[in-house]
Ligand binder design. Structure first.
Ligand SMILES: O=C(O)CCC(=O)C(=O)O
Ligand SMILES: [Fe+2]
Length: 371
């Protein structure tokens, strides 16, 4: 079968992935399984190993799976989603008071409609987003003031206060957003142990590397597309892979779900989607897959999704894990820190967008010729 070649960004320049050309269809349980996390909370190692072996199979196969019994309360999710709508339904000029391009050093804050383009081979993204990144004082497992953080780690802390300052007028906004984010962070710290087990590593292999981790809370809002955007085939969020170890994703029950390659992962009540990121793929010597995915809202309703991107402490320089190499299959990658890995790609994506925007504004139709 012929395939479509897709250009994707990575921290080290473009890579090309083959994507099957057929129209997307819903996944089967073999392709994207539902993994029950109940045994992850058990004291029996054999129970936890059951979860880790299911994770291994899914991570090797498509790099996507659902989790149920994950422990995040439906109430926490519902409140957070409500706050996303409260924020996003405000006038553009209010949202722009925390505009990422203007106020953020580290890609926090608000990105407006068509103000970013994640895929160089597709359109700008119709998606709007709100991002906040790890701050030690919000950590549910060991809250700390930033001044208590060792220097070499402190310079990698990416949280910024302006996102909360600029949303103070929305009652309980910070509280409800942080409650969801905190639940994701605690869950991710448990899941990373399952990932370690799944790779025949000690369950605690990464524990001291997720004390001040990559933990980006992003709220995506996909308005319905305009007629013009539909005709010009605008994407909600273009084809990309996620960056860090893995992503936890809550998605709305609106048509136009996330598509992994050309398989749709439709929303399933009570579950989150988990998918592998590029940094994990690299640490696993490519055994686990960070699968290309994209989203377009094809419904007549607005769509919300709430991904949480989880990685190692940004100062940790990690090599390919020993259990994924052998004499005949040596490490394919040099050690790199999770922070550098993320920073390089964010920077590239952002600079490219702003450069292209500058070019567009200098396009002939916009040039005023002196009379
Ligand atoms: O909206 C979704 O379902 C997925 C979002 C996503 O892939 C991302 O934010 O990286
Ligand atoms: Fe993604």
């Amino acid at each position: 079968m012929s395939v479509t070649k897709l250009e994707l960004r990575t921290a080290l320049g473009p890579v090309y992935r083959d994507v099957l050309p057929y129209e997307p269809r819903d996944c089967t349980p073999d392709e994207i399984p539902i993994i029950d996390l109940e045994p992850m909370f058990s004291n029996e190692l054999s129970d936890r190993k059951k979860v880790s072996s299911e994770i291994r199979a899914a991570a090797i196969n498509n790099g996507f799976f659902y989790v149920k019994n994950h422990g995040i309360s439906p109430d926490t999710i519902a409140r957070c989603k409500e706050q996303v709508l409260n924020f996003m339904r405000q006038p553009f000029e209010v949202k722009d008071r925390i505009r990422s391009h203007k106020y953020s050093k580290y890609y926090n804050g608000y990105l407006g409609r068509r103000r970013a383009q994640i895929s160089p081979s597709e359109t700008a993204d119709v998606r709007e987003s709100f991002t906040f990144r790890y701050s030690p004082e919000l950590d549910p497992d060991h809250p700390q003031d930033i001044s208590e953080i060792p220097d070499e780690i402190r310079r990698w802390i990416r949280g910024e206060e302006f996102v909360w300052e600029g949303t103070k007028h929305l009652p309980d906004f910070k509280k409800d957003c942080v409650a969801y984010w905190s639940s994701c962070l605690s869950l991710a710290r448990k899941l990373v142990k399952m990932f370690a087990l799944s790779l025949d590593l000690d369950e605690n292999y990464w524990d001291d590397k997720v004390t001040y981790p990559g933990a980006d809370g992003v709220f995506n809002y996909y308005p319905t597309r305009t007629q013009e955007e539909i005709e010009q085939k605008f994407v909600g969020l273009g084809s990309h892979t996620d960056l860090q170890l893995f992503t936890l994703l809550w998605q709305d029950s609106v048509r136009g779900s996330i598509q992994a390659d050309n398989i749709k992962a439709p929303p399933i009540e009570g579950t989150l989607v988990v998918n592998i990121g590029d940094y994990m793929m690299r640490l696993c010597n490519d055994i686990y897959k960070s699968t290309v995915h994209r989203v377009t809202n094809e419904s007549t309703e607005e769509r919300v999704s709430m991904p949480f991107f989880f990685g190692l402490n940004f100062n940790c320089i990690e090599s390919v894990v020993p259990s994924c190499t052998s004499e005949s299959n040596p490490a394919k990658y040099e050690p790199i820190s999770c922070g550098d890995w993320c920073q390089m790609r964010f920077k590239m994506e952002n600079e490219e967008f702003l450069k292209n925007e500058a070019k567009r504004s200098m396009a002939p139709s916009a040039v005023v010729i002196a009379a």
